[in-house]
Design a protein around this ligand. Structure first.
Ligand SMILES: CC(C)(COP(=O)(O)OP(=O)(O)OC[C@H]1O[C@@H](n2cnc3c(N)ncnc32)[C@H](O)[C@@H]1OP(=O)(O)O)[C@@H](O)C(=O)NCCC(=O)NCCS
Length: 272
């Protein structure tokens, strides 16, 4: 390993690992080599690679990929916290999704990751008085990935959106760090509240496939919402809720359900 490579491995291990795997992809699969080079290997930084990747997908019509890339690079340079969140999200996907075998795989091929990073850029634009561009990204994200996240929603770091199709996150929703959610999750309003009308999902929650959490209610930290549930009332911390409408069925099964991706409701969980 050259001195330069050693430095990258120390300073930015995720980017280093991504590049190594992309080199492997390029060497073993000629049909992917151009993609791996254009999207990862030709760039010096993860941020530049991300701006290229997202712009090539989101760019459309009057907003060409070239123009989109300029704006995305500007945003990523303006706020280094986004780059930190991107790395935490890549770690979350790699650690928690059993189908993910490398950072490069998640970066190149997982649309939940693409949608989340599109949101991160849109959120920055929205909160910096550039709402029209943010809405353009939201609209393209929805068309491309079937994920609709309002740019004003607040989403923490280390988030896994697994499979992701059909995820909807409303304007006043909050999703704290280390949350995992599967496809079909809705963090929506009931239609009966105004202004602050969407759910607050606390740290480390696991939201199962198709879970609907409706209204300005809190899902307490490290709880689990079972697949297909409709949650209409606040959920205490460290609990599992299930059903339509959702009821508490037990404890969360482990300390960190979103990280363990523990979906199993065991008899032992029914002890509260
Ligand atoms: C239907 C809805 C408007 C509630 O209307 P409501 O008549 O005011 O109902 P309430 O909230 O008073 O609840 C009445 C009962 O129906 C149940 N209920 C309400 N919504 C329900 C739902 N979606 N599924 C199952 N049961 C539901 C409640 O648990 C309650 O049961 P209970 O009396 O045994 O406690 C609302 O819950 C809903 O589903 N809105 C759709 C919102 C949506 O699609 N949002 C997504 C936006 S992206």
């Amino acid at each position: 390993m050259s001195l330069h490579q050693e430095k990258i491995a120390q300073v930015d291990p995720i980017w280093f690992a991504m590049r190594e795997r992309a080199e492997g992809f390029a060497a073993s699969e000629p049909a992917i080599a151009i993609l791996a080079h254009a999207t990862i290997l030709q760039h010096d930084r993860l941020e530049d690679a991300l701006a290229y990747l997202l712009a090539s997908k989101i760019g459309d019509g009057g907003v060409t990929p070239l123009l989109a890339r300029e704006v995305f690079e500007e945003v990523l340079d303006a706020d280094p916290e986004i780059g930190a969140a991107v790395r935490a999200d890549l770690s979350a996907v790699f650690d928690r999704d059993p189908a993910c075998h490398s950072y490069a795989q998640a970066f190149l091929f997982f649309k939940g990751f693409h949608a989340l990073q599109s949101y991160r850029i849109a959120h920055w634009l929205f909160t910096n008085n550039r709402a029209p561009f943010a809405y353009f990204i939201q609209s393209r994200m929805s068309e491309l990935f079937a994920v609709d996240i309002h740019p004003n929603a607040k989403i923490g770091r280390g988030i896994l959106m697994d499979h992701a199709t059909g995820i909807v996150v409303g304007e006043t929703a909050v999703v704290e760090d280390d949350v995992s959610m599967l496809h079909g999750v809705t963090l929506g309003g009931t239609g009966k509240e105004h202004e602050d009308r969407h759910p607050k999902i606390r740290r480390g929650v696991l939201l199962g496939a198709g879970a609907k959490v409706l209204g300005n209610i809190e899902v307490g930290e490290y709880s689990r919402v079972a697949a297909g549930s409709v949650v209409l009332k606040p959920v205490p911390a460290h609990c599992t809720v299930a059903g339509v409408p959702a009821k508490t069925v037990g404890c969360a099964g482990c300390d960190r359900p979103s990280q363990a991706m523990d979906h199993v409701i065991r008899e032992a969980d029914f002890d509260i």
